[in-house]
Design a protein around this ligand. Structure first.
Ligand code: PSU
Ligand code: MN
Length: 303
């Protein structure tokens, strides 16, 4: 695939220096304006402060870009821009129609891998939706983790999902799931309450980087999921966010929301239900993930 890699990202990769991929669906579809542009800039700064080069990934005029300038970040964040939410299945049409797209975890992983970027930070991955036995709604992020060799740092699957079932699918797919300094899989806005134990706890970026290099050197292709709990000061305890999640799921059902609109609808509804508290938490957790991803990328480069 033809991709455009920003100069500083290309130079860092060529010199074996740490690079952290960042996704763009969170900018265009996950957070409202102007919080989205503030966080897009803050994420890049956080990665730089930790000694790594940020590479936000998106598609412009049908060309996948690895690393964006301020103008392109602003275009993604502008509610007036026409930016598609792009997962793996949407990429061919973006290429053929030469339009703009914001990449989900799945699409960002595959483009990061094409560019040679091994570590990627997001907020929360997509997964198995509640009621998936009837709706079949399982995010394309899960099969991507099964096949694409990138380490994804998140604050857990989004708590709108069925987290235990998401863990089952990841186990079936052979994806190592690591709890960073935690025993329970974090539940996105909450440190606990997911009801799932982490399959593997690791407490340092160095141990995670060592697992990555051993996995891929052994020819075991596919992703690794690092779950990093939101800082305690920023969390919404599970008991407090639960009602907003239930109300959002109900509203989505009533409005007949399906397909790729589901997750943005739920996040937006929960933001309103919590008077913006979920938005502050979302911002804090994604920044926290960018910092850990930079630590892992640095440790991985030394391996
Ligand atoms: N993390 C966030 N906010 C988001 C997302 C992640 O804090 O909006 C996005 C990611 O791009 C992820 C997507 O891949 O939500 C999941 O969408 P779906 O459930 O349609 O696969
Ligand atoms: Mn879905």
């Amino acid at each position: 695939m033809k991709i455009k890699i920003k100069d500083e990202v290309r130079e860092a990769l060529g010199a074996g220096q740490p690079v952290v991929a960042l996704e763009s669906t969170i900018i265009s579809h996950g957070l409202p304006y102007p919080d989205n542009i503030e966080i897009a800039d803050a994420l890049e700064q956080a990665v730089r402060q930790k000694g790594a080069i940020p590479a936000t990934i998106a598609i412009f005029d049908g060309l996948p870009h690895i690393g964006l300038d301020a103008e392109k970040l602003a275009l993604l964040a502008d509610p007036k821009s026409k930016i598609e939410k792009v997962s793996r299945r949407d990429i061919p049409y973006l290429l053929s129609s030469q339009t703009h797209g914001a990449t989900t975890v799945a699409a960002t992983m595959l483009l990061a891998s094409a560019a040679g970027v091994a570590v990627f930070a997001t907020g929360g991955i997509g997964g198995v939706h509640r009621g998936a036995s009837a709706s079949f709604d399982i995010s394309a992020d899960l099969p991507e983790l099964a096949r694409t060799s990138v380490c994804v740092v998140c604050a857990g699957p989004k708590a709108i999902l069925d987290i235990p079932l998401t863990l089952e699918v990841l186990e079936t797919s052979g994806v190592p799931v690591i709890g960073y300094q935690c025993d329970e899989v974090p539940a996105f806005w909450s440190q606990s309450g997911s009801g799932a134990n982490v399959p593997l706890r690791l407490d340092t970026a160095e141990e995670i980087a060592s697992l990555l290099s051993h996995k891929w050197q052994a020819g075991l292709e596919g992703g690794v999921l690092v779950t990093n709990p939101v800082p305690e000061a920023d969390e919404i305890p599970a008991s407090e966010v639960q009602a907003a999640i239930a109300s959002a799921l109900e509203q989505a059902e009533i409005a007949g929301i399906t397909g790729k609109k589901v997750t943005p609808f739920l996040l937006d509804h929960i933001r309103k239900e919590t008077d913006g508290r979920s938005l502050s938490t979302n911002k804090a957790l994604v920044l926290n993930n960018a910092r850990l991803a930079a630590d892992i990328a640095r440790a991985y480069c030394i391996k």
